[in-house]
Structure formats: C-alpha cells, structure tokens
Design a protein around this ligand. Structure first.
Ligand code: PMP
Length: 389
C-alpha cells in the first residue's frame, strides 16, 4: 500500500554526517571502547528523589487517565516558574503539558501554521526541526547564519526569508552551537516577527544551562506574549529525558486549541510522571544547578585544553551541553574529520554538517562523559587536528 507523502517525506535521503553516529554505535556494539560525545544526554540518571516521588504517585493510584492538558498542580508549577524567570504574568491557562519538548514543537507548529505554509528556522538547527515541519506538511525554510557571529541570526537574514512565512522557530540557549541570544539579537528577531506578523516558536529547553550571560525569553519582549509559543522540557533541566515531560507556554486561546489536539493525539501525559515533575520543580534551582554543574566544569576543561593552539577554534559556548568547534583550518569537512577521529582514536563527535550547511567544517562535541575522559578526548581531538596542518 502506498504511504502518504508526508510520512515518507519526513526524512530526506541525505546522510548529513549521521554515518559517524551509526559507526560509533556499531563499534560500541562490537565491544570496542569509544568515547561517545555525540548525543545530548547526561551521564547521570534521573535523581533518586524524583524516582521516589514517581513511585509514590503511581502506588498512590495516579495510574489512570490524567487531565489531558496537564494536572492543575503541574500547570500551576510551570506557570510559576516561567513567571518567576521572565517576569511575564503566566497562569495555568497559559500552560499545556506535553510528552516532552519534541511533541511540543510539533503541536506548536500545528497551531501556528496550515499545510503548505512557509515555516522558518535557523541554520544550524537541532536535527529534528526540518523533519518536524515536513511531517506537518509545511514548507521548511532555513535562515542562514554565520560562524563569525556564533550563528546568531540578524534581523536582515530573517527578513530576507520572511515573504509569505507564517512562523519562525528559534532556540536559545542553542543546540548545536551553545550560543545564547542576547537582548539585541532577540529584539531584532522580534521586530521582524511583528513586522511580518509571524508566530514565534521559542525552544527554551536548555534554559537552565547558562554559563555566560543570561537566558532571556523573547515572550518577555514588548508585544510578544500574544504571538509566542514557548517550548519547554524537563529532559535537560532535570535529567528526565526518558520521562517524556515538557510543555508549551502561550496565549490561553492557543493553549486551549492545542489541548484539543492533545485529546485527539497523545491523550496527555501519565499522572505519575506529572507528579514526579511537580516534585522536581518544587526543589527549585538547587537541583537544576546540580544537574547543570558538570557541563560548566567541562566547558572550563575545554578552554584549558584548547588554549595555546589555533587550529581548533572554539565558539563561545555560552550555554547548553555542547561545544561547537571550528576545524576549517585543518582543510577537512566536519564529516571527514569526525570519521577519521573515530577510526583512528575512537572518539565520536558529531559533524557540524548534521545540523545544517552553515555548520560545515565544524564539530559539535557533547560534554557528556566524566571530566577526565572528556579532557582526554579533547586533547586527542586537538592533537589530531594539529597533525593535519
Ligand atoms: N529542542 C532541542 C534544541 C533539543 O536539543 C531537544 C532534545 N535534544 C529537544 C528540543 C527535545 O527534547 P525532549 O523531547 O526530550 O524534551
């Protein structure tokens, strides 16, 4: 039977450098020791206290259907967190609980765009973005940015693609670049969004991983709360990737409609996961800071390892759990560099090409192994790069 164009069109035929990732997985499966710096997942598991709250909730009977838009308690807890962090008045009616940030990205775009609409996103991008937009039957359009500006988009770059567009998706702190958008960058983005009457979809899943500067939510800028859908998640902030728990924050009218979608797709998130999320949020910043701390440490290690050489140029890495390295001085593409590094030294990193054409000649390094192994892997990478010049 013929499958739909939408489902068969989610992935394109291009390899995009994912062969490095699959090769690393195959080497690990064959028992070879590989330092795995590809995927954005913590090297710790969900905190035992959160698991205890999850178990207590499940044993207490919260295993039936839960309120589809989210429990009142969790919606209120997320609203309070958002209001405290951004200063924007936010109540439970502004919050929809979703099974992770990924489904929130899908639902937010479904709310903002009709099939065939032009949906903008920034290149380099988190890998699922174009596929998410294609799955919705949208026309995904990447806005190109420059390594020299740490891939921060300018208003002109966005405006140049905005004819006929319906939405713009941004991500700060950014995966894969580690860049945080400052106020001026966000203001430029919001000016275009307002002038072009776009929805802004703001992926803020790394909002607790800030090493330099501060995280600003564009929803807090004048005139933006009514046209912004913020995507949040507990995957990164609370090391709860497997619990599939996230949210959308937006205008109440949009949230109510996206809840209609949830009734007809996911039917909500398990109650015991929501109760565990409530418990986790109640722990406040202490727990979030504890979970973020190893990445800050490893970022400092990277700065030490890479000091005193000029073959590998590290982008600022102001936030998120990644380093973006410019290796163009070696003359190799990101894919070739990463493949050779893996074969010769058993260190697996992602080629920049996996995140879009603008990150060609770069590498994304996830800071997700213990400090000593991370220092060793980066030293190996820097020595390997030097040997190529
Ligand atoms: N956005 C970005 C930028 C991400 O890096 C990720 C996960 N790697 C997600 C969204 C989705 O996260 P989740 O579905 O686990 O909440």
């Amino acid at each position: 039977m013929q499958l739909s164009r939408r489902i068969t069109g989610i992935l394109t035929d291009g390899d995009d450098g994912w062969s490095v990732f699959y090769r690393a997985r195959a080497m690990i499966a064959a028992g070879r020791p590989v330092t795995e710096l590809t995927i954005g997942e913590h090297d710790i598991r969900t905190d035992p206290t959160i698991l205890a709250a999850m178990e207590a909730s499940a044993r207490g009977g919260h295993t039936g259907y839960a309120a589809v838009p989210g429990t009142e308690a969790l919606r209120a807890a997320v609203a309070a967190r958002v209001q405290a962090r951004t200063g924007v008045a936010t109540g439970p009616q502004n919050v929809l609980i979703t099974p992770g940030g990924q489904s929130a990205l899908f639902a937010a775009h479904l709310a903002a765009c009709d099939p065939g609409d032009r949906a903008l996103f920034i290149n380099p991008y988190y890998t699922t973005y174009p596929g998410t937009l294609r799955a919705l039957g949208l026309d995904p359009v990447a806005v190109e940015t420059d390594s020299a500006r740490a891939f921060r988009p300018t208003a002109t770059q966005i405006d140049g693609q905005a004819d006929g567009a319906r939405s713009l998706l941004i991500n700060t702190p950014n995966n894969p670049t580690g860049t945080i958008y400052d106020h001026a960058t966000l203001q430029g983005i919001c000016d275009v969004v307002q002038a072009r009457d776009l929805w802004l979809i703001s992926d803020e899943v790394y909002d607790t991983q800030v090493w330099e500067g501060e995280h600003l939510s564009p929803r807090a800028l004048p005139g933006m709360a009514d046209r912004t859908l913020v995507v949040g998640s507990m995957s990164k902030s609370h090391a709860m990737t497997g619990s599939r728990i996230g949210w959308i924050v937006g205008p109440p009218g949009a949230i109510a409609r996206i809840a209609d979608l949830a009734v007809n797709t996911t039917y909500g998130v398990p109650g015991f996961i929501q109760d565990a999320a409530c418990f986790a949020l109640e722990q406040g910043r202490d727990l979030e800071d504890r979970i973020a701390a190893p990445f800050a440490r490893r970022r400092a290690i990277a700065a030490q390892v890479l000091a005193g050489q000029d073959v590998v140029r590290a982008l600022p890495s102001q936030g998120a759990m990644y380093l973006m390295l410019d290796i163009r001085a070696t003359g190799l593409s990101g894919v070739d560099f990463a493949l050779r590094l893996l074969e010769r030294h058993s260190v697996a990193v992602m080629p920049g090409e996996s995140f879009g054409s603008c990150a060609a000649g770069h590498l994304r390094v996830a800071m997700t192994v213990d400090d000593d192994a991370f220092a060793d892997a980066l030293t190996t990478l820097a020595d390997f790069a030097k040997g190529l010049t």
